[in-house]
Design a protein. Structure first.
Length: 303
C-alpha cells in the first residue's frame, strides 16, 4: 500500500483491532507472570521470536534486508526495545499497575513532541495537540478510577514508567526517521528481538528466580507471546506505521488500556466502573481531533 496522509477506514479498523489484541495481551502477561519471572520470559520471548520471524519471511520468499547503511537504525531499534521492557518491568515492581499504565500509555504524547521537531510533515497542530490531551484525559480517567490496585506508588516507579513510554516512542521515531525505514517491517522487528534477547536474558538474574511456579498454561502463554504477539502482532504494527502518519498510529495506543480494562472484566472477573463509558467517549473524541484532515491552503490572488 502507498503511504497515506491520514487514517482511513481500513487503517482505523486495523488499529482498533490491534489495540483490542494488545488489551487481551495484558491478560496473558498477568497470567504468565505468575509462573515465570517477567524479564526472564521477556528475553525468552525475544529469543523464540527470532526463528519465527525468519520462518515467516522465508515463507514469503524474502530475506532480511541487512544493508550496512541500516545497521545504525537497527541497533537503535533493538536498544530502544530493550529499554522499553526494562523500564516497564521495573515500573511494575516499584509502583502500582494503575499509575504505571497511565504513564506508560502516554507514549503518543512524547512521540508527537519528538516528531514535531525531528520528522517532516508531523507538525504538532492545535487539533492534534488537543486530541492527544483529550485522549490522555480519557485513559487517565479510565485507569485511575478502576480502583483496587495493589502496591504503593513511588517516584522511582513513575520515572521508570515514563522511561518505558519514551523508549516506546523512540522505537516509532527510529522506525520512521532513520534509514531503517527503508526496509520491511519484519526486518525491523528482527533487529528488535535480535538485539533485545541477549540484553534481557543477561540482566534477568537481577530480578530474582527465573521460575516462580510454572504450569502448562504459563508455557502456552509464552508460546502465544512468541508467535502471535511478537512475530505477527508487532510486524502488523510496524507495517501500519510505515503506511499511515506515525503520530496518528501512535494515538490509537490510547485504546489499549480501555480494552485491557474490558478484557480484565470479561476474562478475569475484575470490577468495571461506569466511568469507563465516559473515558471511552473522551478517547474517541481525541482520536477524531487527531485524525481530522487538514484544511488545504487556498492561494491568495496576486494583485
Amino acid at each position: 500500500m502507498q503511504r497515506r496522509d491520514r487514517i482511513d477506514t481500513f487503517g482505523a479498523l486495523a488499529l482498533i483491532g490491534f489495540s483490542a489484541f494488545l488489551g487481551f495481551n495484558q491478560v496473558i502477561i498477568k497470567v504468565v507472570n505468575e509462573g515465570l519471572q517477567p524479564v526472564f520470559w521477556a528475553g525468552l520471548r525475544s529469543l523464540g521470536a527470532i526463528p519465527c520471524i525468519w520462518l515467516l519471511m522465508r515463507l514469503r520468499g524474502r530475506r532480511p534486508d541487512l544493508r550496512r547503511e541500516t545497521w545504525g537504525g537497527g541497533l537503535l531499534l533493538g536498544l530502544a526495545f530493550s529499554f522499553e521492557f526494562v523500564f516497564l518491568f521495573l515500573a511494575l515492581d516499584l509502583t502500582t499497575v494503575t499509575r504505571s499504565s497511565v504513564i506508560f500509555y502516554s507514549m503518543p504524547v512524547w512521540f508527537a513532541i519528538m516528531a514535531n521537531f525531528l520528522l517532516p510533515g508531523e507538525r504538532l497542530t492545535r487539533n492534534r495537540l488537543a486530541g492527544l490531551l483529550l485522549a490522555f484525559a480519557g485513559v487517565t480517567w479510565a485507569i485511575v478510577n478502576r480502583g483496587g490496585g495493589a502496591g504503593e506508588a513511588s517516584l522511582a516507579g513513575d520515572l521508570c514508567a515514563l522511561g518505558g513510554a519514551i523508549s516506546w516512542a523512540a522505537i516509532a521515531l527510529v522506525a520512521r526517521g532513520t534509514k531503517i525505514s527503508g526496509v520491511d517491517a519484519q526486518t525491523q522487528l528482527l533487529w528488535q528481538v535480535g538485539i533485545s534477547a541477549p540484553i534481557l536474558l543477561a540482566i534477568s538474574p537481577l530480578f530474582g528466580e527465573f521460575l516462580r511456579d510454572p504450569q502448562p498454561i504459563h508455557w502456552w502463554g509464552l508460546g502465544v507471546q512468541i508467535v502471535f504477539v511478537v512475530s505477527v502482532g508487532f510486524t502488523v504494527w510496524l507495517w501500519l506505521l510505515s503506511v499511515y502518519p506515525p503520530a496518528s498510529v501512535a494515538a490509537f495506543s490510547f485504546l489499549t488500556p480501555i480494552f485491557g480494562v474490558s478484557m480484565g472484566w470479561l476474562i478475569l472477573g475484575e470490577d468495571i466502573q461506569p466511568g469507563l463509558i465516559g473515558a471511552l467517549a473522551l478517547v474517541i473524541g481525541g482520536l477524531v481531533l487527531i485524525n481530522r484532515p487538514r484544511r488545504p491552503q487556498v492561494p491568495q490572488k496576486v494583485r
